[in-house]
Unconditional design. Structure first.
Length: 235
């Protein structure tokens, strides 16, 4: 078995600072049956023209100011492309996520319908501007099934396969069965992004979500304001 995978990212010119590192990592993946498609949502077409000089498969979608609408439109474009062109999987990657070279092989080995790599983001759990911390973008089910609890750094440090309740879409591998059944969406009036609703819809459809904590990805979010000591504290 050598499944055909569409690696897709939704981006804009705000992520130009990590473009080369992102593309170098994707093109260095130790797997030989995947295509890369980039969806650009910048305000003008300058960035999409630059993208096309580095990679041929790029689509420009009209700019949307609302980030959630931008992501949903882009993710659904990639989902529909994967289904229409008969890919076995869609691997969604954020452009500021730098992948480990063996992530596709490793995630495929688990034979799961929905599985993610591990990455961290900056959070402020105490709502104090001086208390920003790096935490996994990964959640387990709380005592109330409508609530989730974020994993701690300690809980995901050792390599293992976790059955999780919610994850982000930054390094998410989706089987074609999921793509055919579940679109990306969000509910107006809610502050949650499409990853929250997508994971909720997956659970409601009686599927499970997994994370391989060995597949730790570098996240270059807020790259200019997060220093190396902070990044080092995540490992």
């Amino acid at each position: 078995m050598n499944p055909k995978i569409l690696v897709g990212t939704v981006t804009c010119d705000k992520y130009e600072y990590c473009l080369k590192e992102f593309l170098d990592a994707v093109k260095d993946l130790s797997y030989d049956n995947f295509d890369i498609h980039i969806v650009d949502n910048s305000k003008d077409k300058k960035y999409v023209e630059k993208l096309k000089t580095l990679h041929k498969d790029v689509t420009y979608l009209p700019h949307k100011e609302e980030l959630r609408e931008m992501l949903i439109e882009g993710h659904n474009f990639l989902r529909e492309k994967a289904v229409k062109e008969k890919y076995d999987y869609l691997f969604l990657v954020d452009q500021d996520i730098i992948l480990p070279f063996n992530i596709l092989k490793r995630l495929l080995e688990h034979k799961k319908k929905v599985i993610t790599g591990l990455y961290y983001n900056v959070f402020n759990p105490k709502k104090d501007p001086h208390q920003n911390v790096l935490l996994p973008v990964l959640y387990r089910e709380g005592s109330d099934k409508n609530k989730v609890i974020q994993y701690s750094v300690e809980e995901v440090r050792d390599p293992r396969l976790l059955d999780v309740r919610q994850c982000g879409t930054g390094a998410l591998l989706l089987d074609k069965e999921i793509l055919e059944k579940i679109p990306f969406r969000y509910e107006k009036g809610s502050e949650n992004y499409d990853d929250t609703w997508f994971c909720s819809d997956i659970i409601k459809a009686k599927y499970k979500i997994f994370c391989d904590t060995a597949m730790k990805c570098k996240h270059r979010v807020l790259d200019k304001t997060v220093d190396e000591k902070t990044w080092a504290a995540k490992s």
